[in-house]
Design a protein around this ligand. Structure first.
Ligand code: FAD
Length: 183
């Protein structure tokens, strides 16, 4: 209550990229933290932000760049998952999709990276798709020559994406390329 009265609170407790609140000694993570206008409201985000807030609170300098938002729904009895930036914003994005009797897939790419996807009817690979987006797996070569959704799915199944990106020791390789959190 005292915090809310004296510090920056909007939809949640407002934090900057280091997950620091408007009080320099207080960091926030998880459901309470509002970053760039977003309240993530998921266990995955809470754990990842908690790691970053914890590291910053002991003097490290680690930035939270946001994570792809994802939703899982049942639509007319079919499973549907949407992840990240699944609509092309402008001509610099490329979206490919298919539609057959059993499933619909769409994959959106930007600068050779997969940035978003919609899967309807068959969501088995959604975990791998999410990891491919978060880990910035490079699709440049695959998409440069024209590609269909089956080839993208086969590629995602084949590439090694490591373990869960929420494990602290994988953060460097997945969310924050080039930043060594544990120096
Ligand atoms: C019914 C339900 C289902 C969900 N299912 C999913 C799911 O399938 N997948 C998913 O990713 N997320 C799911 N979520 C969301 C997920 O649980 C939260 O995003 C996550 O738990 C947030 O973690 P947190 O540590 O920020 O907050 P919390 O887990 O809420 O932890 C906050 C803790 O602070 C304690 N607390 C509160 N006030 C005080 C106080 N004044 N003093 C001391 N302690 C206090 C609370 O008791 C609580 O233990 C679900 C949430 C709900 C409610």
């Amino acid at each position: 209550m005292i915090f809310c009265t004296n510090h920056l609170v909007d939809k949640g407790v407002v934090v900057d990229d280091r997950l620091q609140t408007s009080h320099e000694a207080i960091f926030a993570a998880g459901d309470i933290a509002e970053h760039n206008g977003y309240l993530y409201g998921s266990w995955h985000a809470a754990q990842f932000q908690g790691t970053i807030a914890g590291l910053n609170s002991i003097g490290k300098d680690v930035k939270f760049g946001g994570i792809p938002r994802s939703n899982t729904l049942k639509v007319l009895g079919l499973d549907m998952v949407s992840i990240g930036q699944f609509m092309a914003e402008d001509g610099s994005f490329m979206t490919i999709s298919n539609k057959d009797e059993n499933a619909y897939f769409s994959f959106t790419f930007h600068d050779g990276y997969l940035v978003g996807s919609i899967m309807l009817g068959d969501t088995e690979i959604s975990g791998k798709v999410k990891k491919a987006i978060e880990s910035k797996a490079n699709f440049q070569e695959l998409v440069s020559g024209g590609v269909n959704t089956k080839e993208v799915i086969d590629f995602i199944k084949k590439i090694s994406l490591g373990n869960s990106p929420i494990k602290p020791y994988n953060i460097t390789a997945t969310f924050l390329p080039g930043v060594d959190l544990f120096k």
